[in-house]
Design a protein around this ligand. Sequence first.
Ligand code: SAM
Length: 263
Amino acid sequence: MDGPSDFPKADPAEIPSAPPAAVTGTLYGVGMGPGDPDYLTVRAVRVLERAHHLVHFCKAGKRGNARTIADAVVHDAAREWPLPYPYTTELHPEDPAYVAALAAFYDEAADDLAAVLAAGRDVAILSEGDPFFYGSFMHLWRRLKDRFPVEVVPGVTGMSGCWTRANTPITWGDDVLTVLPATLPHATLVARLKTTDAAVVMKLGRHLPKVRAALAEAGLIDRAVYVERGTMAGESVTPLGQKPDDAAPYFSMVLVPGEGRRP
Ligand SMILES: C[S@@+](CC[C@H](N)C(=O)[O-])C[C@H]1O[C@@H](n2cnc3c(N)ncnc32)[C@H](O)[C@@H]1O
């Protein structure tokens, strides 16, 4: 596989024509950053300009956020390939029906992508933040990585965008940072929060009341900062203790900045 510096320059005239059938396409996982397209990497832009297919996960009938970020770079719709999830929040992630539906969804999507990769076409899977950090891309990567060349383009994570916009360093000196999905049970959240110096709590949704209670029990509520839509339109940053309600959209997280060594 070519290294990043060998990647050919974009030539829009070449995009529709596939290379000879014996050459397979490359699967790209493209980190799209936290929301503001200014945080796309140069490498991500090059891949977005060049790939034959731009795949993005979405809710049925809606555009995925990763695809919206790409609007800054991609001006033709012909290469778009939406992958609507069968479910998003309708079923519990451990419900066997949800697990089976998601597995079938990823199997089918991987089969469809394998067909175009085998025909020599490059496929870019647009991933919010970084593709290897809680990214849906990983489920396709797992199914395709042994059959096709793969390149993952790292991205600025959502949490990095959030602590930047909150204007708060997250770790100092020897601080230990713990990243927690809010979906964990209350007792697990408390135990993890009690033994860390700094924390990021993601995937808040309807779990914000539980997260508040766990932070209070761990003695961290006064340090907690709530960030909604970090770096995107509609961004807000609020000390969690001053947030009057428990509404938390998909793009939201709580930061607990560390207070380690500061000479
Ligand atoms: C499935 S994870 C994907 C993480 C992503 N791959 C990354 O590198 O940030 C989705 C969660 O990331 C967090 N998130 C990502 N970007 C965010 C942003 N710009 N503002 C607030 N939260 C964000 C939210 O907690 C959201 O529920």
